[in-house]
Write a protein that binds this ligand. Sequence first.
Ligand SMILES: [Zn+2]
Length: 348
Amino acid sequence: MSIQFFTILSAFIMVGSCATTKYTTKIENQKKAITIIDTALVSHYAKSITIPELKTHLTIYASDSLEGRATGEEGQKKAANYLKHIYKEQHIASPIADSVYFQVVPESFLPEGTGTSENVLAYIPGSEKPEEVLIISAHLDHVGVTNGEIYNGADDDGSGTVAILEIAQAFKQAALDGHAPKRSVLFLHVTGEEIGLYGSRFYTEHPVFPLKNTIADLNIDMIGRVDDKHASNPNYIYLIGSNRLSNDLHFISEKVNDTYFNFDLDYTFNQDNDPNRFYYRSDHYNFAKHNIPIIFYFNGTHQDYHQPTDTVDKINFKLLQKRAQYVFATAWQLANQAQRPRLNNDDN
Ligand SMILES: [Zn+2]
């Protein structure tokens, strides 16, 4: 009896420890298997993301004439037209149809009283796997005007919006020089975020590229400021969601950071029990719920969050530039490496 008991018990211990070792080894191997590619090209094209250009775009995008970009209103239409104008000017195509940059989000899809709105889409076609797509997203809308005060939304989400314009320009320049991404890269400016993530939900229900071919979504929502916690060390960014669906994506993101940037990556808001529930609160969530790996890039909240004082003069452009370059370098790796990031439950 006792011998058998011990035999059975030790067999259990063996199984337990083997499984754990196997799991740890698998994760370690997964991490080691990632090789950061094209470092010279990435460094070169990242330099095209400049402070003066970010500033020029954001000074217009967060100006009073756009009236806080409330979904369906005149100011939001101006915002959408500005984005379209920039893409056309830079000969960055639309994936919908020639020169059709707007994906119309009809009034019937939006909350009552909200007028028809639009997502803005532009893309760089992939050179080897054009049917697979990496999405870089940011919301184009903000909260509009209240009691005569304009909510300019320079950080929320003017910062993410102009970062995408600069990232798109960097990919375009590379493509013109013969270094088009192997997979397609879609620049997705979604509307209706502030009223309930409507534009991203509309896109995922009417995707231009099939969702199963969508390898990841890198969502940028507020990357131009510094929160109180990091006032003395602003070289940081919060990452949310990177490991939830794909450890591959998480390790790629970390290795890209180690290779080029050395940000202090803050995962505080990625905790399952985080009371802010930021994972569910921006557009990436509409992709995550379809099992598409995501990263949400975020600077945290500050006293001007959703206030008329979220203005362009308070943006830290040096930091905005570096964070945009980080997203660009991560996007380059994802669009060009041999294998798309695997889901954690994939056994291959
Ligand atoms: Zn936002």
